[in-house]
Design a protein around this ligand. Structure first.
Ligand SMILES: Cc1ncc(COP(=O)(O)O)c(C=O)c1O
Length: 389
């Protein structure tokens, strides 16, 4: 028998899983956003490392408008020259021109497909991931994420071993002939900006080759020029089997991808998606690459990022300023525990955070030195209000 359910308030509500900051951005331009009351904020968070070339970049907006007038979407059952153009451009700008590209719509989907591909290629299922990792929320991606709180019983059927980052002994002990893949972030982001050492990356790359295990670099947050190189692992001069990306790839338009070493061959139907590589997504992503190249944004990320880190270190408040390029984190001292909210409310500067006490800076790669100075002055004022006044 059907039961009649009477709701007091019949308006549908959102499923409240996010803790929201007390303002609503309604407009953006470059490194700046405006809220619904007209307040202007310096955006050093980029909507979680998504804004790569700057909010509402004129060139990208125009390219997307032009494509909207032609064709927004058609499925992957037809030819789409924009996907080929994107693959060619991405190969050139990233230095991975011999790799193949599979297009998806998000970071978790990219990782999910990379894991599946590694399992297809090796005929194995065990995965080695790292402590404090974050790889997304889909079944496989959350299973290789080191956070029991977001891992349901349903996700726990995967064979995953977590080892500490930069611990070669623990890694060697975990790696065996049953391991399909080793996956790690180019720079751990959600954990609070932890850069794996070059020696460790080179070690695991070598060991994976010996065991015929696929090495997957999750560059969803650290990729697309953010570290000063196209992918963060390129600082260590290694070449993974698979590289996943999303976030900065579309500068706000959802698109992700997996770069696949040419040794790993596809078969028809091996992977698939409805939305991945749509016409509009490809145009958005092509524009991002063109702007990164034309405006030399990787160099800017390196220069401005190094400048911010040097200045923060000179302020002597936190010994733990760390990162590469414009992916920067630092521990907030106890006496400054309201620093993030003070930066937002008093200085109108938006930053990211990582629990329990880390501030994360993930601005547009086009952030200027003058814009960086606005943040540094606010920091100086926060840390030493009397001296600054
Ligand atoms: C390193 C890393 N991988 C994967 C993801 C998941 O990406 P998405 O939220 O687009 O699924 C994130 C998101 O923060 C991430 O930081």
């Amino acid at each position: 028998m059907r039961r009649l359910i009477t709701l007091e308030n019949k308006d549908m509500k959102l499923f409240e899983v996010y803790s929201l900051l007390p303002f609503e951005p309604v407009k953006g331009d470059g490194s700046w956003i405006w809220d619904s009351d007209g307040n202007k904020y310096l955006d050093l968070y980029g909507g979680h490392a998504v804004i790569s070339i700057g909010h509402q970049h004129r060139y990208q907006v125009q390219a997307m408008k032009d494509q909207l007038d032609k064709l927004t979407f058609y499925s992957n059952s037809v030819q789409n020259h924009l996907q080929e153009q994107l693959a060619e451009k991405l190969g050139k700008v990233s230095g991975y021109d011999t790799y193949n590209l599979f297009l998806v719509s998000s970071g978790a989907e990219a990782n999910e497909n990379a894991l599946k591909l590694a399992s297809f290629v090796t005929g194995r299922k065990k995965v080695i991931a790292f402590k404090k990792s974050f790889h997304g929320r889909t079944s496989g991606a959350v299973a290789i994420t080191d956070n029991p709180k977001i891992n349901s019983l349903f996700n726990q059927g995967h064979e995953v071993v977590f080892v500490p980052m930069n611990d070669t002994d623990a890694f060697d002990a975990a790696l065996d002939n049953q391991t399909a893949a080793v996956i790690l972030e180019g720079i751990q982001g959600v954990a609070g900006i932890h850069v794996p050492s070059n020696i460790f990356l080179q070690h695991i790359s070598k060991k994976c080759k010996e065991k015929e295990t696929l090495l997957i670099l999750d560059e969803v947050q650290s990729g697309y020029g953010r570290s000063g190189k196209f992918f963060a692992h390129q600082h260590a001069d290694i070449q993974p089997d698979l590289i996943t990306m999303a976030k900065g790839m579309g500068n706000g338009f959802p698109i992700g991808g997996v770069l696949i070493h040419p040794d790993h061959k596809p078969f028809a139907g091996m992977l698939g998606t409805t939305f991945g590589g749509s016409h509009l997504a490809c145009v958005a992503a092509l524009a991002v690459l063109e702007v990164i190249e034309r405006q030399n944004l990787m160099l800017n990320a390196q220069t401005v990022g190094t400048y911010i880190m040097e200045q923060l270190l000179a302020m002597n408040f936190s010994p733990s300023v760390r990162g590469l390029g414009l992916m920067i984190g630092f521990d907030v001292p106890d006496y400054q525990k309201n620093l993030r909210s003070d930066l937002i409310t008093k200085h109108k500067i938006m930053t990211g955070e990582a629990k329990p006490n880390v501030i994360r800076l993930l601005p547009s790669l086009a952030l200027s030195k003058q814009e960086a100075d606005i943040f540094l002055q606010a920091m100086a004022q926060q840390l030493n209000p009397v001296a600054v006044a």
